[in-house]
Design a protein around this ligand. Structure first.
Ligand SMILES: Nc1nc2c(c(=O)[nH]1)N(C=O)[C@@H](CNc1ccc(C(=O)N[C@@H](CCC(=O)O)C(=O)O)cc1)CN2
Ligand SMILES: Nc1ncnc2c1ncn2[C@@H]1O[C@H](COP(=O)(O)OP(=O)(O)OP(=O)(O)O)[C@@H](O)[C@H]1O
Length: 200
């Protein structure tokens, strides 16, 4: 199946998750993500690592409580900004005080103009394979952004895709050459291929 067809299929499946299951699955994702951040918190703070989240749209998991929690613990957290359609994303600090504003696709974005380069990037993921290939909404935004961040010298990044279980794509899927392969995927069922190593 080609990418566009897979995307349509996955969008349909995602819409069918009922509200009860959605809450249950969302909770599982949040718990696992909080647990991993707790284990790595000291290292993140000591090294001033910046963590990028996403503001949820259209049936995506909502992990903003994890963002609030890290913010309370003094971690620098940020969100993506679309400056120009189809160009790479930039990241702006989220600081609670900043009034958020709707950007492209009506996604809420911070407005404080404090730009940062994240080290740990939580990536909205519509579909994934066991090799951590990712399909998103189709702008190529994260492919361009992650390639660019990974090429900054002395800047290490860890990429964590967040998907519902139903985002699974079978092994016959062939990624395209510009697709950025993520380090790990987190679903309600757990980490793929396995929980990322502790950072320290
Ligand atoms: N929460 C969240 N933020 C994100 C992303 C994401 O997937 N999720 N993105 C990940 O890259 C970027 C935005 N990408 C998006 C790409 C397409 C559409 C969208 O609604 N497309 C319409 C077509 C509309 C149009 O062409 O103008 C559609 O699919 O119906 C939304 C977001 C940056 N921020
Ligand atoms: N590094 C790149 N340079 C130029 N164009 C790119 C690059 N990466 C992706 N693209 C273009 O972006 C388009 C959409 O890519 P793709 O279908 O992989 O999006 P996606 O990963 O699903 O979306 P997103 O990351 O926005 O959620 C492709 O047609 C491709 O030509």
């Amino acid at each position: 199946m080609e990418k566009i067809k897979i995307r349509e299929f996955l969008l349909k499946k995602r819409k069918l998750i009922n509200l009860h299951n959605k809450e249950k699955y969302n909770d599982l994702i949040k718990k696992k993500l909080n647990h991993w951040f707790d284990k790595n918190l000291k290292y993140i703070l000591y090294n001033n690592l910046v963590v990028a989240f996403f503001w949820p749209i259209k049936y995506e998991p909502d992990i903003t409580p994890v963002l609030y929690r890290l913010f309370e613990k003094n971690v620098t957290v940020c969100l993506p900004i679309i400056k120009k359609k189809d160009e790479k994303l930039i990241f702006m600090k989220w600081d609670n005080l900043s009034n958020m504003q709707e950007g492209y696709y009506k996604i809420l974005e911070p407005t404080n103009n404090q730009l940062v380069d994240p080290n740990i990037i939580i990536v909205p993921t519509l579909g994934y394979t066991i090799n951590c290939d990712r399909i998103g909404y189709g702008g190529g935004y994260y492919d361009k952004t992650l390639r660019s961040l990974s090429s900054i010298s002395n800047h290490n990044i860890t990429t964590i895709g967040i998907s519902w279980n139903c985002g699974f794509i079978n092994k016959y899927y062939k990624k395209e050459k510009y697709d950025y392969v993520l380090d790990v995927i987190l679903t309600p069922n757990g980490w793929i291929p396995k929980e990322p190593k502790n950072l320290f």
